[in-house]
Design a protein around this ligand. Structure first.
Ligand SMILES: Cc1cc2nc3c(=O)[nH]c(=O)nc-3n(C[C@H](O)[C@H](O)[C@H](O)COP(=O)(O)OP(=O)(O)OC[C@H]3O[C@@H](n4cnc5c(N)ncnc54)[C@H](O)[C@@H]3O)c2cc1C
Ligand code: FES
Length: 280
């Protein structure tokens, strides 16, 4: 069920130089909201930008209000351009228009019992993976989750502590070596996978981040014969599958054509780890 709701801003707090945490309360949170879903946000006080901006659900927050438990949606967003610059100026009590939940979300049913889970993020790709870790740690408390977080530099690193609090083992890479492994997160992942013992159950990978990083993670997964899912980031128009502005070439799973186009907003943003035909 798709909702178009007016949501009240409960918090809009700065987390780092360019990243903010937005908490929204709304008349109802869709029951079927799952990790990997995103919402399409429209600023109601201006027509510029006209188009909505897609942002992932980062967490569900439970708060006690007059002896009632209410559930808010948390979003973590980076200041990129006009829309996010305007959003950061908004104060608690103001409203935004929220369309969602959108996209397919991560699939959890494919996990085998006791299968270890690996989360891999590049930059803001960490945002939906926190909701995924939150959901997994609630649903399967004994789950072993290891997170590999890639960032350009230490001062931009966010949400690592949230993952640790959820029980994840966290490994960090930075491009400049200011924290953790120096290099790409895909290289760090490969280094750790090389240490897997032959009798260990193969881990399942969930990744989110920029396309080159997801391509590299897909290559590592293929090398170790691992399954998983990747969540793609793309500029979007409608967000509901109508404008075809977000298509990407994917493997034809029916093996009838060299490739098929899929819409990242509607068929994705989550795809099989080796389903995308990367062109860059
Ligand atoms: C499914 C999905 C989930 C997302 N979740 C998050 C999230 O949780 N947190 C977060 O910070 N961001 C997220 N994004 C990215 C976010 O939507 C964009 O950063 C945002 O729309 C930028 O809006 P703006 O008006 O500030 O920038 P604009 O003025 O629209 O753009 C400024 C510059 O950034 C580039 N740009 C804009 N959007 C993107 C994009 N999606 N990918 C690459 N380049 C882009 C433009 O080409 C332009 O050069 C997500 C995107 C998608 C598709
Ligand atoms: S953004 Fe319109 S079809 Fe995906």
């Amino acid at each position: 069920m798709l909702y178009d709701l007016k949501a009240k801003i409960e918090k809009n707090q700065q987390l780092s130089a360019s990243v903010y945490y937005l908490e929204l309360s709304m008349p109802k949170i869709p029951a079927k909201l799952k990790p990997g879903h995103f919402v399409h946000i429209r600023l109601m006080h201006t027509n510029d930008p006209l188009l909505r901006r897609p942002l992932s659900v980062n967490r569900i927050v439970e708060r006690k209000l007059k002896n009632k438990i209410i559930r808010n949606i948390g979003i973590v967003y980076k200041i990129v351009g006009k829309g996010t610059n305007l959003l950061k100026e908004m104060a608690a009590g103001e409203q935004v228009d929220v369309l969602g939940p959108l996209g397919n979300g991560f699939e959890l049913a494919c996990l085998k019992p006791k299968q270890p889970i690996i989360l891999v993020s590049g930059g803001m790709g960490i945002a939906p993976l926190v909701f995924l870790a939150q959901t997994l740690s609630k649903a399967i408390p004994e789950k072993q989750i290891t997170a590999f977080l890639g960032m350009d530099t230490k001062k931009n690193l966010i949400l690592a502590d949230n993952l640790k609090k959820l029980g994840c083992a966290v490994h960090i890479s930075t491009d400049d070596g200011s924290q953790g492994f120096k290099g790409y997160v895909s290289e760090l992942l490969e280094k750790k996978l090389l240490k897997l013992k032959p009798n260990e159950l193969n881990p399942y990978i969930y990744a989110c981040g920029p396309k080159p990083m997801l391509k590299a993670v897909g290559m590592v997964a293929a090398k170790f014969n691992l399954s998983g899912q990747v969540s793609l980031d793309e500029m979007m128009g409608c967000g509901i599958g109508a404008c075809l502005g977000c298509v990407i070439k994917t493997v034809d799973l029916k093996k009838q054509q060299p490739f098929v186009y899929k819409r990242i907003c509607k068929d994705g943003p989550v795809f099989g780890i080796n389903e995308i035909l990367w062109e860059e």
